[in-house]
Design a protein around this ligand. Structure first.
Ligand SMILES: [Zn+2]
Length: 173
């Protein structure tokens, strides 16, 4: 039968001992640098956002235009036939009203996260973004929306170069 150890031999290190230099101590700040490649198709997509254009990939065999673009078609597994541009207008495929920020804290003003089917892309193909200039209760499935871009000099080749999508109101194109 083993007895439960109640006390370990030796002495506990006190904070004061560390401060007084009585215990060997190494302070080290790791310089953790990393680089991440977005890949061929996604890099082109992000670079084109800087130019205010939305790039999509084309598979002629499947007759599909997909955004964001891929280097191969996930339906037929063949390399894509090329790239094309789709419009910065589209419709809300689905959406969600989020009261949680990126750091999981609760926010008062909700973010409306939506999948937007862009004009020119195949049906059902959408990108994830946020909606703006609209109240959560005003959002409808199929609602027409348009991208609101950052000014060209502020763009950095990120999906946030599009600030948000806003509803296309009556009389707007
Ligand atoms: Zn295909």
């Amino acid at each position: 039968m083993s007895e439960k150890i109640k006390e370990y031999p030796g002495e506990r290190i006190k904070t004061a001992d560390l401060k007084a230099g009585l215990v060997p101590l190494i302070k080290y700040k790791p310089e953790a640098k990393y680089a991440w490649s977005a890949g061929i198709a996604m890099s082109r997509f992000l670079n084109e956002l800087k130019n205010g254009r939305i790039l999509a990939s084309v598979c002629k065999k499947c007759n599909r235009i997909v955004v964001p673009p891929r280097v191969f078609c996930e339906m037929c597994f063949k390399p894509i036939d090329g790239y094309t541009y789709v419009k910065d207008t589209g419709k809300v495929n689905t959406y969600s009203i989020s009261y949680i920020a990126a750091d999981a804290s609760r926010v008062k003003e909700p973010t409306i996260v939506a999948v937007i089917e862009l004009d020119g892309a195949s049906p059902g193909i959408g990108i994830l973004h946020v909606l703006g200039e609209v109240k959560p209760e005003e959002v409808k499935f199929g609602m027409r929306v348009k991208a609101v871009w950052k000014p060209p000099e502020q763009r950095e080749g990120a999906i946030t170069d599009i600030k948000y999508f806003k509803p296309i109101r009556e009389g707007e194109s």
